[in-house]
Design a protein around this ligand. Structure first.
Ligand code: AVJ
Length: 309
């Protein structure tokens, strides 16, 4: 397992914090505590994506496994606790499992637990930021590859960047490989607003925890009590947005920089794009995927999609 380049991390965060409209990439939501808070989000009644996707996968597991092919190397992008991939194992019977996640310590624990439960599948955990590069170690390059990108994490990328990442996956999966991806679909505002601003405040804690992570990563002195969570559907842009909003004037300094935030000023921490089925299939096509198959739930809230070159 590896680590992200600390200089690149510092430069990226510094630039984002100093931008006219301050912005921090959502990947920084996932330190060890952030990954746990995200697990808690997935249990919330308001947060429908995880359970809707799981229901689609469970219901169509045999069909999905037949379509994706058995005996593959399963490369899990943003594996987190590895639970989603593990549920595919019985039907998919992968030869090898390669979980990739930016949250290295969290991943290490998850993989060592899974190894004990499923000793017959070879596992190689990789700690890396796959949004920067998909350069996988030689050991995982030979076999037939199935990339697994569940949970609608693709939604964190604007459509142009999403196309770039999908094209990179297409190039990495080769002519006989494929991609199994989960995509959240456009739906009514009430449902989306509630999913990203839950009554218990877990999503607020998840968002605010990013400031703790920044304090640690770049030696910043964010006082969490100066900030509040905002999460809502931006219909014009077809995405949910999360922001951290200053409750009062806040002076923040970090290694190599400082900034004054006015009351109400925001740091944009996440965009979560929602697609129509047609819109996402077009994106796949633009990214060089030809043959696709999709599965959805009765309400049409979420889509699971298999694509090959
Ligand atoms: C992990 C990116 C799919 O966009 O729904 C959950 C993250 N943010 N609640 C999403 C998230 C706020 C999630 N993804």
């Amino acid at each position: 397992m590896g680590h992200s380049d600390p200089h690149a991390v510092h430069a990226e965060l510094n630039d984002g914090l100093l931008a006219a409209q301050a912005v921090v990439s959502p990947k920084y939501l996932y330190d060890a505590l952030g990954s746990k808070l995200f697990e808690a989000i997935c249990e919330l009644p308001e947060y429908y994506p995880t359970r809707t996707e799981a229901a689609i996968m469970e219901r169509h597991l045999a069909d999905i496994a037949r379509t994706a092919g058995h005996g593959v190397t399963l490369i899990d992008l943003g594996a987190g606790n590895c639970a989603k991939a593990a549920r595919l194992f019985p039907a998919l019977q992968p030869l090898q499992y390669v979980p990739v996640d930016i949250s290295v310590d969290f991943l290490r624990d998850a993989v060592s637990r899974l190894r004990q439960q499923v000793p017959h599948i070879k596992m190689v955990g990789i700690g890396m930021d796959f949004s920067a590069s998909l350069d996988l170690p030689d050991a995982v390059k030979h076999e037939r590859r199935l990339f697994f990108y569940p949970g609608s994490s693709i939604g964190n990328f604007a459509p142009e960047q999403a196309a770039t990442l999908l094209r990179r996956i297409r190039d990495a999966c080769g002519p006989d490989g494929g991609l199994l991806i989960g995509v959240d679909l456009l739906k009514d505002r009430q449902t989306l607003d509630a999913a990203y601003d839950d009554a218990l405040g877990v999503t607020a804690a998840f968002n605010l925890n990013l400031l703790r992570h920044l304090n640690c990563l770049v030696g910043a002195d964010f006082d969490l009590r100066d900030w509040r969570h905002r999460g809502y559907f931006n219909e014009a842009c077809g995405r949910v947005e999360m922001h951290l909003e200053a409750r009062r004037e806040a002076h923040v300094s970090w290694r190599g920089g400082r900034r004054r935030f006015l009351p109400g000023e925001r740091i944009h921490t996440e965009s979560s794009y929602k697609y129509t089925r047609h819109g996402f299939l077009q994106l796949l096509e633009r990214s060089g995927f030809g043959r696709t198959q999709t599965w959805t739930d009765e309400r049409g809230w979420f889509m699971v999609c298999h694509a090959r070159v």
